[in-house]
Design a protein around this ligand. Structure first.
Ligand SMILES: [Zn+2]
Length: 143
């Protein structure tokens, strides 16, 4: 049985406990006082180093996220700028189309007026022809 044997420090090999002493502390003991302190210091150093490493990774991750957000913001700004330019171009085109529409409407009004005058002129001519009886003669000639 291990507990029946003398125990030696796992680090420096010094005798640290004999089976005659307290059973539980004999079972538990691994190091001499000096080495135990040193081992505890070492473990503390490792924990601190581990924490620092994790913090560094966290910071790195956060920095990367910030960088990605910065890039994304930049892209969105460019997109907004493009949309604004597109909007401006469409507004200008819309203005031109409105002007074109306006002049077509005016042209249409002029043509309507011209048409109205021509119709009146045609009626006058028809009346003149009917009155002189020429229309009957023309109809006969055509048949
Ligand atoms: Zn020791």
């Amino acid at each position: 049985m291990m507990s029946e044997e003398n125990k030696y420090c796992s680090r420096c090999g010094k005798l640290i406990s004999t089976p005659e002493g307290d059973y539980f502390s004999h079972i538990k003991i691994l190091y001499c006082d000096e080495c135990r302190k040193e081992v505890e210091r070492e473990q503390t150093r490792q924990r601190v180093a581990e924490l620092k490493k994790r913090k560094k990774q966290k910071d790195k991750f956060r920095d990367e996220e910030l960088e990605q957000l910065r890039v994304l913001t930049e892209q969105l700004k460019e997109e907004v700028e493009l949309l604004r330019e597109g909007n401006q171009a469409m507004r200008e085109e819309n203005g031109l189309l409105r002007m074109q529409n306006q002049s077509l409407r005016e042209e249409n009004g002029l043509l309507k007026e011209k048409n109205r005058l021509l119709r009146i002129r045609m009626q006058q001519l028809t009346t003149e022809i009917n009155t002189s009886g020429t229309i009957t003669q023309i109809r006969r000639r055509v048949k």
